[in-house]
Design a protein around this ligand. Structure first.
Ligand code: AVW
Length: 249
């Protein structure tokens, strides 16, 4: 009897876990009017369901990206690295820029964890590999693939918020460094404008060596600019709806 009760409880828990994840996915997706969220869910699932959670290459998400391609607005694209909180605080309050997390796929999957298991048709949200446990885990591969699609679609003047409180604001192995910068194409992108977010204890400025590496990675023909901006100034502008976007920094 004990085994039956434990078994049923486990079954209920797993079913619950599975359903809640899908419900979160669908309800977040439905905020984007006119999207076929059932179809997008199926394209998502097929990437990792029934697979070894350490063997999900980013290409598995090609059908998902095709079902819901990111369509960022030109001149409003905001990339970031090690500045997630300040960037999202700003983009939530002001309609100036759009990040990957404002697109359908980015907003649906932000802060979620998922994986499959060989021989199972379920989605799990616990017991999944962490970001660095293995390279080809479903969550990391998704963000690589979605970021690649976002950068491919970038156009006009692109902004990137980098962290001036660390010694290497441009990290070659970050998603921004290894994927996004490399995929900006000079036929569509006019300039990359780095906003180096500084605090009282400024560690890096625009002359930082890592930012030289960033410029080397950029497609020739894309103009590069860098500006040091205090975090408090970004926060003030976030809370001042009267201030034009172009006057924030
Ligand atoms: P990031 P990126 N363990 O701030 O340039 C767990 O380094 O990579 O910026 N989670 C991790 C780890 C880790 N070691 N590394 C990264 N993450 C996750 C998408 C974590 O959720 C947008 F378009 C962290 O908040 C940006 O332009 C997030 O990845 C660009 O990629 C970002 O890590 C930012 O990627």
């Amino acid at each position: 009897l004990v085994f039956v009760i434990v078994g049923v409880a486990l079954g209920v828990t797993l079913r619950h876990e599975n359903d809640t994840f899908q419900e979160t996915f669908i309800s977040r997706c439905e905020k984007f009017k006119g999207s076929d969220c059932q179809k997008i869910w199926r394209a998502f699932e097929q990437a990792y369901v029934g697979r070894d959670p350490c063997n999900v290459p980013m290409e598995e998400y090609n059908p998902l990206v095709a079902a819901a391609p990111p369509q960022p607005a030109c001149n409003r694209i905001m990339l970031w690295s090690k500045t997630k909180d300040v960037v999202h605080d700003f983009t939530e309050k002001r309609d100036c820029f759009g990040t990957l997390e404002d697109t359908l796929l980015g907003s649906v999957l932000d802060d979620l964890t998922w994986c499959g298991k060989e021989g199972s048709s379920e989605t799990f949200t616990t017991g999944c590999p962490g970001w660095t446990d293995c390279e080809k885990n479903p969550v990391r591969s998704f963000w690589y693939r979605a970021s690649a699609a976002f950068a491919d679609a970038a156009c006009g003047d692109v902004t990137a918020m980098l962290n001036g409180s660390i010694s290497t604001p441009f990290y070659p192995t970050s998603i921004f460094g290894s994927i996004e910068v490399k995929r900006l194409n000079s036929t569509r992108v006019k300039s990359l404008n780095v906003v180096l977010v500084t605090e009282q204890n400024e560690v890096a400025n625009c002359t930082n060596a890592s930012l030289k590496d960033l410029q080397k990675e950029l497609d020739k023909g894309i103009k590069y600019n860098c500006k040091e901006v205090e975090k408090s100034q970004i926060e003030e502008c976030a809370s001042d709806p009267q201030k034009p976007c172009g006057a924030c920094w």
